[in-house]
Design a protein around this ligand. Sequence first.
Ligand SMILES: Cc1cc2nc3c(=O)[nH]c(=O)nc-3n(C[C@H](O)[C@H](O)[C@H](O)COP(=O)(O)OP(=O)(O)OC[C@H]3O[C@@H](n4cnc5c(N)ncnc54)[C@H](O)[C@@H]3O)c2cc1C
Ligand code: FES
Length: 351
Amino acid sequence: MGFCAKLKQWATPVAVPDGATVLEAALAQGVPYPHGCRSGNCGACKSRLLKGDVELAEFSDFALTQDERAQGLVLACRTMPRSDVEMAWLEVDDLVTHPLRDLTCRVAALGDMTHDIKRLRLKIEGGGPFTFSAGQYASLGFAAIAPRDYSMANAPARNGRDNPEIEFHIRHLAGGASSAYASTKLRIGETVRVQGPYGTSYLRESHTGPIVAIAGGSGLAPIKSIIETVLAIDLKQPIHLYFGVRDERDLYLEDHFKTLAAKHKNLSFIPVLSEPGKPTKRRTGFVHLAVAADIKDFDGSKAYIAGPPVMVEAATPLLQSLGMRREDIHADAFYTEAERAKLQAASGAAR
Ligand SMILES: Cc1cc2nc3c(=O)[nH]c(=O)nc-3n(C[C@H](O)[C@H](O)[C@H](O)COP(=O)(O)OP(=O)(O)OC[C@H]3O[C@@H](n4cnc5c(N)ncnc54)[C@H](O)[C@@H]3O)c2cc1C
Ligand code: FES
């Protein structure tokens, strides 16, 4: 049974089985539907419902506001048809799609970036070739643990070339299954399952205006991939990189970015400490407030933001209030299962 979903941008109608979402069915049938979190939290699958009846599972206001819902917008990852439907995904600028891969990888390198962030380098041994855009993420499965999303930290190989290795930065989360395993048990040579690439918060390579990049903690991973790609392809626009962490011990790759900034005059690198334990000469406060204090004109700019949901959810409306269009803000909030459950409970209660 189930219903049929006609998509404005795709010639073949999608059969949506009972209980499935439009996004699940579309991806299973090879449709390059723009998407990110697949859990109603990011807004990347925002679509217009043109015809038909649907039921929406829980989603966060950050992903879809009540106003947008009232205007006929839905999230494909939350949309279950209750009749045949017609939908159109909102156009993503510079839409880039890569084949979805199920990779078998081996741990090639493992090291400490900070007291709680590990750098993981995986060698791809099967399932490739793997291509991705700077800023995207993949789902990583360690041992028998449920997979979790982690962002690629290396700049992707260019011109359709294969990426033989991929890098991740994984922050150890208290009580977390996957991050604890990666931090304490994972060993060189071990097999890791990787599915991806996912995500729409990737570098828009045709954009020539200023770039505002805001990373919080291990959110530096996708931002590093983006910055290194911008510099590798020699884009000349101003790049303002802000790296927010709690205290001195949470900073990493500082020398790397200082060296890049010394070499590329269009790059500025500003670390910001939110909870310095002792007096410091560094910038202090919340990283998004440092951006707002420094930059007065966002005309023509794009922002790339990644890290803790609280930071992403504060930075996004702030940049909008300062004149940046929502479609120029490409953000990945690192939602955990606890945060997803909390958001869904809150949005369920509000409905
Ligand atoms: C797009 C994206 C990209 C990301 N990229 C990165 C990255 O590059 N680096 C990085 O460090 N992290 C990243 N993350 C976060 C990452 O995916 C994991 O959420 C994080 O590592 C925690 O996973 P875990 O398995 O260790 O914790 P989990 O086992 O998922 O636990 C996290 C917390 O949730 C609680 N919890 C678990 N299940 C439930 C439930 N069902 N209901 C309520 N509470 C629950 C746990 O008790 C714990 O407090 C990203 C997330 C997203 C969405
Ligand atoms: S993919 Fe639908 S809200 Fe993130």
